[in-house]
Design a protein around this ligand. Structure first.
Ligand SMILES: [Zn+2]
Length: 251
C-alpha cells in the first residue's frame, strides 16, 4: 500500500505515517522509553504488550497496561460462556495521538460517560495463552478508524483474584440481540441495512487476515448508540482458516 498517499508524513521525522496520524518510527521510540515505567507482573503479558506497541501500525491497534486503580465504578454486567463482563469508568481514556506540547499521549474517551468494558476469562489451564490469543485476534482484524471489530484498549488485573482482564470499548446498547429486542419496531430499512453492512465489513476484515470467527451470532455483535454502529466481538474462538479443530483438541 502507498502509505504516503493515504496517511501523509510525520511532521517530526518526515517518515511516512502507517496509520491515520500515526508515525510508527516516532511512536515505537515513545513506547520503548516508557517500558521501564510499567509492568503487569507477568513476563508473558509484559512481552505481549511490548511487542504490540512495537508493531502497531495505527492507534486502534495499540494496547497498554492499565493499572486497576485507573478504573472506578466497576459494575458486574454479565456472565458469558467464557468468563465475566464488567463495566467501569476509565480515568485516562485510550491513546489516540501524540501531544508534542506536553510530550505525552493524547487521550480520548469513547463516550462522555468514560465507560469501558472489562472481560475476564474463566480459569483454565491455558488461560494466559487463550487470553493473549483473543486480544491478538481483535488487534489483527480491527481497521484504522473503522470499528467493525471491537477495539481492545489494554489489559488490567483485578487485585484480589489476580485475574487478568481485557479492557474493551463499551457498547452502551449491549449486544445486537438486546438492542433489537428493545428497538426493532422503530428501525428503518436504512438502519437495518447499515448495521448489516457494518457486520459484513467486520467479517471481511477477519477473512482478509485468513481467519475465521467460529462463533459468530447476534450475541457476539455489539451495538453502539454513539454512531449507530454494529461491531463484532468475542474473538476467543477465532482461528486461522486452515486450523484443524479435531487435530488440536486431542489430549
Ligand atoms: Zn515520526
Amino acid at each position: 500500500m502507498d502509505y504516503e498517499k493515504v496517511y501523509g508524513e510525520c511532521e517530526e521525522c518526515k517518515q511516512k505515517n502507517t496509520g491515520s496520524g500515526y508515525c510508527k518510527t516516532c511512536n515505537v521510540k515513545r513506547f520503548q522509553q516508557n517500558f521501564q515505567n510499567w509492568t503487569s507482573g507477568n513476563n508473558d503479558i509484559d512481552k505481549f504488550i511490548q511487542d504490540n506497541q512495537l508493531s502497531a501500525n495505527f492507534y486502534d491497534q495499540v494496547l497498554e497496561w492499565i493499572p486497576y486503580n485507573k478504573l472506578y465504578d466497576i459494575e458486574y454486567i454479565a456472565k458469558g460462556g467464557f468468563g465475566k463482563v464488567y463495566r467501569a469508568k476509565w480515568i485516562d481514556g485510550y491513546i489516540d495521538g501524540w501531544d508534542n506540547k506536553n510530550e505525552n499521549w493524547e487521550r480520548r474517551h469513547y463516550s462522555s460517560d468514560k465507560f469501558v468494558a472489562l472481560k475476564s476469562l474463566n480459569n483454565s489451564e491455558n488461560v494466559t495463552l487463550e487470553f493473549i490469543n483473543e486480544i491478538t485476534m481483535h488487534c489483527k482484524t480491527i481497521k484504522d478508524c473503522i470499528i467493525s471489530v471491537v477495539r481492545v484498549n489494554g489489559i488490567t488485573q483485578e487485585p484480589e483474584t489476580k485475574n487478568y482482564m481485557m479492557v474493551l470499548t463499551y457498547a452502551n446498547n449491549g449486544s445486537l440481540r438486546t438492542y433489537l429486542d428493545k428497538n426493532h419496531y422503530k428501525l428503518t430499512w436504512d438502519t437495518k441495512l447499515l448495521n448489516l453492512y457494518q457486520i459484513t465489513l467486520g467479517l471481511k476484515s477477519i477473512h482478509e487476515k485468513e481467519l475465521i470467527h467460529r462463533d459468530l451470532h447476534i450475541g457476539n455483535i455489539l451495538h453502539f448508540s454513539e454512531n449507530d454502529y454494529a461491531s463484532i466481538t468475542d474473538m476467543g474462538l477465532c482461528k486461522p482458516a486452515d486450523y484443524n479443530a479435531s487435530e488440536n483438541t486431542k489430549n
